[in-house]
Design a protein around this ligand. Structure first.
Ligand code: DGL
Length: 269
């Protein structure tokens, strides 16, 4: 396979949550051609077993590989936590970046008191992958985690500043804040949709780390390092592949991407 700077960047997630990563990449690297696969037929991954998540990760990577990407971004914390090795193997040497590693690194860099909070899906929190990644970088960091399963449907319903969402968020976040964290990782690609509300509850003292923004920064660094940045001045719309077209697809896309809908292709998994 011949890769060049004009090859696309492949991105996948369990559904459309990873469009927050697409948005961050577009903001930072507007010339990159993006192929995005959202496994909308099988979302959510966060409540599935490890065996199933690893099987899905293999399928998702296989779909992106058909487009010969120069970089694969795992825009799903759950897959990054439980199946990054599967993606690397199926990627046959193509560089792979996971949102989790990028988010963990940025959190460790930003924390001043080494007390870091992480919120994510049940599978991500149970995997312990964030504490492991952060402690590998700095053993002094203490990590407090909370699974926030209701955040995914709240984000998808657009309950961005709804009082019900705020009540649930307080329930999830206050125990973490009691530990005196100064940094909070949004360890699920759906959560940036709720960022404003989460940041208001966390207060000004707590720095919010968006794993989507973190992986965009890391992608730029990696592509530049490999001489693979696309130098073209053309801005192309991302190409979206989905395994199902949910009824709310258009409004969900707008919510996550904040723009007109790019071209969408329905594929079988
Ligand atoms: N986008 C997924 C993640 O980042 C969460 C949604 C799901 O459970 O599939 O973990």
């Amino acid at each position: 396979m011949t890769l060049s700077a004009s090859s696309p960047v492949g991105i996948f997630d369990s559904g459309i949550g990873g469009l927050t990563v697409v948005k961050a990449i577009q903001a930072l690297l507007p010339s990159e051609r993006i192929i995005y696969f959202g496994d909308t037929a099988r979302v959510p991954y966060g409540s599935k077993s490890q065996v199933t998540i690893r099987k899905y990760a293999q399928d998702d990577t296989g779909i992106l590989m058909k487009y010969q990407p120069k970089l694969i971004i795992v825009a799903c914390n759950t897959v990054s936590a439980l199946a990054l090795d599967v993606v690397k193997r199926a990627g046959h040497g193509i560089p792979v970046l996971g949102v989790l590693e990028a988010g963990a690194e940025l959190a460790v860099e930003n924390s001043r008191n080494n007390q870091v909070g992480v919120i994510g899906t049940r599978a991500t929190v149970l995997s312990n992958a964030y504490p492991l990644a952060m402690n590998a970088l700095n053993p002094e960091v203490e990590v407090f985690s909370a699974a926030c399963p209701l955040f995914v449907p709240l984000a998808e319903e657009g309950f961005i500043d709804h009082p019900a969402a705020e009540m649930i968020a307080r329930e999830y976040l206050l125990p973490l804040l009691d530990h005196g964290i100064d940094t909070l990782v949004l360890g699920c690609t759906h959560y940036p949709i709720l960022r404003k509300m989460i940041a208001e509850i966390a207060g000004q003292e707590v720095r919010i780390i968006d794993s989507a923004e973190a992986v965009a920064l890391k992608s730029k660094e990696m592509l530049a390092g490999n001489g693979m940045l696309n130098g073209s001045q053309c801005h192309v719309f991302p190409h979206l592949l989905v395994s199902d077209l949910p009824q709310k697809f258009k409004s969900l896309c707008e919510l996550f991407l904040g723009k007109d809908i790019p071209d969408v292709e329905l594929i079988e998994v």
